[in-house]
Structure formats: C-alpha cells, structure tokens
Design a protein around this ligand. Structure first.
Ligand code: NAP
Length: 253
C-alpha cells in the first residue's frame, strides 16, 4: 500500500491502520457479535500479518483495556518501526469508563503511555472525547497541554477524536491530526473533513464500518471513506486475519 502523508506532520501512514480495541477490551463495547480477546500468540501473529500486508499504523488508547501494554510487550524492540496513535482522557478500569481531561491527568497519561508502549516519544496523541467536545476544549485546555508535551519532544503530533461537528471544528484549529467518524451511513462530520483538507490537517477515519454494523460491502465502505481528500488513513478494528487481508485487498484494487 502506498503510504500517505498525515497532513503537515511529515508522518507517513499506510491508508489502512489497525485499531486495537479488541486486543484489550471486551466489556462495554458496541460490536454486533461477542468475541474473545486474542491470546499473545494470536495477537502477535495478527500484528506480523498486518506488517506483511504493508500496515504501519496502530491505533490504541488507555481506554482500550490493556491494549497499550500488550502492544509494547508484543512489539518489544520494534515499536519504533510503527506509527502508533494513542489517546488521553478516557480510562477504563474494572469494566467501567471514566474521563479525566485535566492538565495533570493528561501529562500523567502520556508518561504512562510512553512506558507501556516502550517508547521515548509518541507519534500521535489525541484527546479521547466523551462527547462533550466543546466543553473539553474550553474548560480543560487539554489540547494546549498536549501541545506543551509536543514542545518537550514527547509527542510528534497532537489532536482530537471527537463526536460532534461543532467540537471537531473547534479542535481542528489547534490540532495536527483529527480522528473523525465517517462511513456510508454517517456523513454528519463531512464539513470537518472539508476543513481538514483545506487546512492540511491529518485525518484518521474511525468507525468506517460503523463498528461492524455497516450492512454494505466492506470494501465499498473502505473505498468510500478513502475517497475524501482529507483522509490519510482509515483505522479498522479487526482481530480476524482473513478480514485484515480482505480489507487491504479491497483498497489496493
Ligand atoms: P470499525 O472498524 O468500523 O469496525 C470494526 C468491526 O468490523 C469489528 O467488529 C470487525 O470484526 C469488523 N470487521 C472488520 N473488517 C471486516 C471484514 N472484512 N468483514 C467483516 N467484518 C469486518 O469499528 P471500530 O473498531 O469501532 O473502530 C475502528 C477503530 O477506530 C477502533 O479499533 C479504534 O482504534 C478507533 N476508534 C476510536 C474511537 C475514539 O477515539 N473515540 C472510537 C471508536 C473507534 P472482526 O474482528 O471479526 O474482523
């Protein structure tokens, strides 16, 4: 797969990235069918297969259970070979999410991600919104805190994974990268994608398959989102190696 430049960050990403919710969390998730979190052997194999297929981008978060920790361990010694996107703001403990967007927690969370992922710096860190996008931006200044951590050399690119158009547009002004929901059934944030294209903001698409609820042909769904000029990469969450290969093939054709 031909790599694409992520906005103005200089980071090169494969047009398909691997989402890793299902490597670390199986409670309180919205997938249509139940699943078992892959063991280390299966997860390691999935990551090696992703690499062979040309994928260089992994998306994780403290909210995805032990996903960050597992990636650090499974990729031990090779985490530098991947572009890794993580997040701040949502925590998932004892089967429950809670949110903390304060400056103190933001810094603490980034330092913890560095440790878990066994990295000296993080490629991309996004605010993991709880849906109150504008409130997070105005009240906590989380994006400014991330910008400070970027200045310290701990992060290469910062941004926002939101849930509203208004919040996304506000956040994009202060972001290098935006993670945006976009699929054949959900186009409410296309104005944000247009803004990002015009202002050279990097865009990662999430939920391109509506978390597995999209009834359409998967390949058509992926090709649709990648047609938007803002989209650098579509992050698809899968733990099925056959699905992974089919997804890559569908956007290669
Ligand atoms: P998604 O990528 O739209 O859909 C994932 C679901 O689609 C999985 O259940 C997967 O099942 C299934 N799937 C994948 N390829 C398939 C294929 N070829 N055929 C049939 N089914 C297929 O949804 P998502 O996981 O919610 O979102 C993707 C990623 O975006 C997440 O992993 C996460 O990294 C990120 N994300 C971020 C946020 C946020 O920041 N707020 C929110 C949501 C998601 P199998 O495992 O069986 O393949």
């Amino acid at each position: 797969m031909k790599r694409r430049t992520l906005g103005a960050t200089g980071i090169q990403v494969s047009p398909l990235g691997l989402g890793t919710v299902k490597l670390g969390r199986d409670q309180d998730v919205k997938y249509p069918t139940a699943f078992t979190i892959p063991d280390d052997q299966a997860a390691g194999k999935l990551l090696r297969r992703a690499r062979e297929l040309g994928i260089n981008l992994l998306d994780t978060a403290p909210a995805y259970g032990n996903s960050e920790q597992r990636l650090g361990e499974l990729l031990s010694g090779q985490t530098q070979d991947w572009v890794i996107c993580s997040k701040v703001g949502e925590e998932f403990n004892n089967g429950q999410s809670h949110f903390d967007f304060t400056p103190e927690n933001t810094r603490r969370s980034v330092l913890r991600s560095l440790k878990r992922l066994q990295r000296d710096y993080l490629d991309i860190v996004l605010v993991h919104s709880d849906g109150n996008d504008v409130d997070i931006i105005e009240r906590y200044g989380t994006l400014q805190v991330l910008a400070g951590l970027k200045k310290e050399g701990l992060i290469r690119a910062v941004g926002f994974s939101g849930k509203t158009l208004a919040g996304g547009l506000r956040a994009a002004e202060q972001s290098d990268v935006m993670m945006v929901t976009y699929n054949l059934d959900y186009k409410d944030e296309v104005e944000l994608l247009d803004y990002c294209a015009t202002h050279n903001k990097g865009v990662l698409i999430k939920k391109a398959l509506a978390s597995g609820h999209l009834g359409e042909d998967v390949g058509a769904g992926l090709r649709f989102v990648l047609q938007h000029p803002a989209a650098s990469s579509v992050i698809v969450g899968t733990i099925n190696p056959k699905h992974l290969a089919a997804n890559v093939a569908s956007i290669r054709d």
